[in-house]
Design a protein around this ligand. Structure first.
Ligand SMILES: NC(=O)c1ccc[n+]([C@@H]2O[C@H](COP(=O)([O-])OP(=O)(O)OC[C@H]3O[C@@H](n4cnc5c(N)ncnc54)[C@H](O)[C@@H]3O)[C@@H](O)[C@H]2O)c1
Length: 311
């Protein structure tokens, strides 16, 4: 099977690695030349991590995966390669207008048979499916981060997605050693519909001075069995992606709980994106041993506490 992957950021790299590790040819492109240039090496490192973690018994596993990956600095050459692919997967910023604009440019240039997958974490499939001009062959495949370590993939069909596309997608994902499950086409689908409001509430409680990063994460880890707490997860998702996801879910639902808290906006403004920039809710100077930050500069107290003080 051949894949064309648009976007080589955090999730794009995860998908590229997953495709390559499971023996598929992958062709990739990113509008940001710096991000694109680091992609192949990052995917090779990720494949090596997978080989170590899952005790893969093939000394050539990583080099075989690396050999499946081709990156293109030229958009036109990427489109030429995508014409011969089975699946076109978009993994660009979480912005519906941007995705629709990009899809309406790329997809009409590809043969009808190419199936379109979107890795969006919260957006409606229908406008993207229409923008790309192949609604019967459009579907969401929302992978979790990091893709090669987390088996779950939400499969979200749109109003016009054919049964054939759903079957093809489920079977292809199973063949790629993923665990696909059907989810509803509502803002955030199943996983983020439940998770995102919880993550945003955690930030609001932190900025009201009710909880500290370390206690919050220890609590969820030891009491609910979360492999990492909500603040560490924020740092892996990155603040800009959380901001985009929250805003898009707010705009789609009008639910004030989805509106990004001020602290998240400030962290994006200050470049405190999370693990990737070395600072977020944790200090990642030593990536193996992240330290929970104090963050008291972000505490603004709650409206209730303020009114108590001015009585
Ligand atoms: N970060 C997560 O944990 C996570 C988890 C699940 C799903 N997602 C979803 O995956 C998608 C990508 O998220 P990410 O975390 O990888 O973001 P990212 O910022 O790491 O990567 C996005 C990439 O898209 C590229 N891009 C933007 N516009 C482009 C264009 N017009 N043409 C080509 N490339 C373009 C950017 O240069 C960037 O490299 C989003 O829809 C996001 O909601 C993210």
């Amino acid at each position: 099977m051949k894949f064309a992957i648009l976007g080589t950021g955090i999730m794009g790299r995860g998908w590229i690695t997953q495709c390559a590790m499971t023996g598929h040819e992958v062709h990739c492109y990113d509008a940001n030349a710096d991000i694109l240039s680091g992609a192949a090496e990052a995917c090779e490192k990720l494949a090596a991590k997978v080989a170590k973690k899952f005790k893969v018994d093939d000394p050539d596993f990583t080099s075989k995966a690396a050999a499946q990956i081709t990156t293109y600095t030229d958009q036109a050459r990427f489109i030429e390669a995508a014409k011969g692919c089975d699946v076109f997967l978009e993994v660009i910023f979480e912005d519906l207008k941007l995705k629709c604009a990009v899809l309406s440019e790329f997809l009409p240039q590809l043969p009808e048979k190419v199936v379109f997958w979107s890795n969006t974490s919260s957006l409606d499939i229908n406008p993207m499916a229409e923008a790309g001009g192949r609604p019967e062959r459009s579907i969401i495949t929302h992978g979790m981060n990091p893709v090669p370590m987390m088996p779950g993939v939400e499969v979200v069909p749109g109003a016009k997605t054919s049964a054939e596309t759903v079957d093809f997608t489920r079977q292809t994902l199973l063949d790629m050693k993923k665990a696909p499950f059907l989810a509803p086409n509502i803002p955030g689908f199943w996983v983020n519909r439940l998770l995102v409001p919880q993550m945003l509430d955690a930030v609001r409680l932190l900025e009201q001075g009710k909880i500290k990063v370390e206690d919050g994460d220890i609590g969820l880890n030891t009491s609910l069995g979360h492999p990492q707490g909500t603040f560490k997860l924020h740092d892996f998702v990155t603040a800009p992606t959380m901001l985009r996801v929250a805003l898009q879910m707010y705009q789609a639902s009008n639910d004030p709980r989805m509106y990004p808290p001020l602290t998240l906006i400030r962290m994006v403004k200050n470049g405190e994106f999370g693990a990737s920039t070395g600072k977020g809710f944790y200090d990642w100077s030593d990536p193996r041993n992240p330290k929970a930050r104090d963050l008291s500069e972000y505490v603004v107290s709650s409206a209730e506490d303020m009114t108590d003080q001015i009585k």
